[in-house]
Design a protein around this ligand. Sequence first.
Ligand SMILES: CC(=O)N[C@H]1[C@@H](OP(=O)(O)OP(=O)(O)OC[C@H]2O[C@@H](n3ccc(=O)[nH]c3=O)[C@H](O)[C@@H]2O)O[C@H](CO)[C@@H](O)[C@@H]1O[C@H](C)C(=O)N[C@@H](C)C(=O)N[C@H](CCC(=O)O)C(=O)O
Ligand SMILES: Nc1ncnc2c1ncn2[C@@H]1O[C@H](COP(=O)(O)OP(=O)(O)OP(=O)(O)O)[C@@H](O)[C@H]1O
Length: 492
Amino acid sequence: MTIKELLYKVPILATAGDMEAVINHLTLDSRNVGPGSLFIAVRGTVTDGHTFIDTAVRQGASAILCEEMPVNPEPAVTYVQVQDSAYTQGLIAATFYGHPSRKLNLVGVTGTNGKTSTATLLFRLFRALGYRVGLISTVQNQIDDTVIPATHTTPDVITTNALLTDMLKHGCTHCFMEVSSHAVVQQRIAGLHFAGGIFTNITHDHLDFHGTFDNYIRAKKGFFDQLPASAFALVNIDDKRGMVMLQNTAARKESFSLQTLATFKGKLLADSLFGLHMEIDGKEVWFKLIGRFNAYNILGVYGAAVLLGEDPEEVLTQLSGLMPPPGRFEQVVSDEQIVGIVDYAHTPDALQNVLETIDGLRQADEQIITIVGCGGNRDAAKRPIMAEIACKFSDKVILTSDNPRDEDPMAILEQMQAGVPPIDFKKTLTLPDRREAIQKAVSMANPHDIILVAGKGHETYQEINGVKHDFDDRQVLLEAFANVKSGSVDTP
Ligand SMILES: CC(=O)N[C@H]1[C@@H](OP(=O)(O)OP(=O)(O)OC[C@H]2O[C@@H](n3ccc(=O)[nH]c3=O)[C@H](O)[C@@H]2O)O[C@H](CO)[C@@H](O)[C@@H]1O[C@H](C)C(=O)N[C@@H](C)C(=O)N[C@H](CCC(=O)O)C(=O)O
Ligand SMILES: Nc1ncnc2c1ncn2[C@@H]1O[C@H](COP(=O)(O)OP(=O)(O)OP(=O)(O)O)[C@@H](O)[C@H]1O
């Protein structure tokens, strides 16, 4: 495709060089440039892509898209100056790949919590309904059965267009994708044509990036502002910012709620460690997902499926059979009925959510044993807080390692220990070896006790000093359960 063709409908400030130059590759990163590449210079949070224009040219770039023309342009290279190269990147990527987002039903999910759960449930539901489906999520990207590792919650828009193109080649009719607030601000969804958008909820998070809560809300709202009139905007109106998301959107305004009148109204009839019993659209259904927050995810998924034209009864039937997404309140139960729960809760807010849910569901004589750690080379402020939350809701707590990375695991654990209230010293153990921590918890548990293994969720590694060692909480729990059964772990 020529640069001229790529720039169809793109507002341009200036150009230099041959507009018939042929482009066969788009990239934001000078390190990936080769002959035929269009290098898009974007101002980032760490550095400015414009400083790599010369490198890109030396590596053979055919064209450069930038906001500022270089002082000494190379005559053999085509330069295009635009107002906003991050935004323009989206328009160009869509043209380069032939607008794949217009050729399938692309539904985006945004919110502080529940994006992965909602997108994954939609992916599984539509597969169960007989469609070929794509998924773009934090845990993984997927095209039907083919798993593609994910680097971001929402990839850059060139990668997304490439993924959508592959999905179309595989016959996909739907793609469900997570839309992070970072992605909205950085124009990673520019030029994508959505068939629908879902808002789960918003709580204080990512303020390191957005600065203020208002900016964070505005970022989420930016997604709904972008939806076309043909799309639906489906929001959780039990969240007080739900209605804010709908202001100014051109899309059809739809809502879901457990508390008030809404397009999709649900009622939570029962909530236990075995699942949820809900009434939706006058029908009573059991679901295998656990916790009130999943009742919201179910309603959002149900609403989106109905808005996409699916038969409500068939949707409920298929939804009732779905298991939780990987590492999201995932249960591993021993033959002795010790309940292991593996959850990705790696922030104070998520840990509190998941422990409150478990606390609300257990019987009086069932203990909660929590295993928790905090990552190295990441926010240290949360370490004592997470230990304190674990103590507040648990009968026993084991502090352990969770991706210590380049830090000394014991130093991280000492910072966690600082958050343990003195009254809880007796119920808290510190075991840096995560496997040993899980085995110890299993050896301490009685039938029906609940072991929460928090933090890693779907992850299958433990990162120590730059090396990712195989480690899967679910697998280690299963092994520990088997060892207890065969008597190879001491029981007190
Ligand atoms: C803070 C942040 O969001 N950073 C993202 C951003 O990078 P940046 O703006 O910091 O880029 P930069 O390093 O300043 O570089 C500027 C430009 O120079 C280019 N460059 C740089 C070096 C070089 O040698 N040559 C070169 O061309 C870069 O490719 C880039 O285009 O744009 C990049 C391209 O899209 C992203 O890969 C990168 O994600 C980083 C890795 C990241 O960790 N992001 C996280 C915070 C994130 O986005 N998370 C959300 C989920 C949040 C949640 O809900 O939990 C997500 O969607 O994943
Ligand atoms: N609707 C919801 N409301 C509140 N908490 C939720 C909701 N759905 C899931 N959770 C819990 O919040 C945590 C994150 O869930 P999930 O991965 O689905 O959210 P996310 O928005 O994708 O977050 P992340 O980007 O960190 O993965 C998990 O611990 C899960 O148990």
